[in-house]
Design a protein around this ligand. Sequence first.
Ligand SMILES: Nc1ncnc2c1ncn2[C@@H]1O[C@H](COP(=O)(O)OP(=O)(O)OP(=O)(O)O)[C@@H](O)[C@H]1O
Ligand SMILES: [Mg+2]
Length: 333
Amino acid sequence: MPSELAVEAEGLTKTYKEKVALDGVDLAVPGGTVHGLLGPNGAGKTTAVRILATLTIPDGGRASVAGHDVVSQSRQVRRSIGLTGQQTAVDDLMTARQNLTMFGRLFRLPKAQARRRAEELLELFSLEEAADRSPKRFSGGMRRRLDLAASMILAPQVLFLDEPTTGLDPAGRREVWEAVENLAAQGTTVLLTTHYLDEADKLCDRISVIDHGKNFVEDTPAGLKRRIGEERLEVVAADPAELNRLAELVRSVVGVEVSTDDSQARISVPVPDGVGALTSAAAEIRAQGLAIADIGLRRPTLDEAFLHLTGGSQAVGPQPSQPNTPKTLEETR
Ligand SMILES: Nc1ncnc2c1ncn2[C@@H]1O[C@H](COP(=O)(O)OP(=O)(O)OP(=O)(O)O)[C@@H](O)[C@H]1O
Ligand SMILES: [Mg+2]
């Protein structure tokens, strides 16, 4: 039965030598949506995309893209997808327009059609002004948009974007986001990988958080934020040596596992009743005579949700207490 899911994966596994890259990844991406694969370096994002794009065969599990099995029907899959990886494929010796026309020809479009498609794509990705220049002098964002345009020559049903904005400055990222939003508005299903929470938040209908080759959670950006509580109580110890005592105190007041960040002597915990938690914690801290540098309430960013869900995975379920130290994305490298 043809599925309405544009991308479907069940229990994908992949091991390189003894390195487990994927350890059972599941995905279900409805057609016409933008889905994020969010995870730190080495989480398995590129491996998952490579399998879905038929560049690599999984060791176990199954997956289909646009209704075709990625192993037994790889040819049909390839006809339905576009892929933009980290490396750019455009040629600096040609103009943007010539590049796109050349890609059209490579995909065997007749000359006139290749030219027409190039014009459409220049417009779709707001590159008309730059059409007659070489990508050599493009900004990072323009270049990435030209890459996106090149992967859209055949208007694929499903587009894989592996870290579409890595290395771009904020303006470049916004340009690429706009381009992705345009594609989504045209009904292209997009599966994108990213380390950036704000990117997933902005672009994705749903997000799969993966780490160590496994799904941690799948939700909408808003749902992800809700999972860790709308508000967080943050306490900064005046003396880092007292951090653990303070963490234990806050935990006992709030009744929820707390995250500690040793480098900043900071404790952070989701609190449904923010003001109540703040006042009780402050009173208890004073009663115990502990010194703090700061205390306050903050709304979580998606970054925090993510770190909480992967680095601090113990805190997600009802598991035994142990203050967890959220890792930054850099630290998980
Ligand atoms: N060809 C390969 N040979 C050996 N190990 C590999 C290979 N490709 C990936 N790995 C390992 O598999 C794991 C997952 O890698 P993958 O590239 O899928 O992660 P990623 O989430 O895309 O990371 P990044 O954010 O750094 O791009 C990593 O530990 C990586 O070192
Ligand atoms: Mg990768």
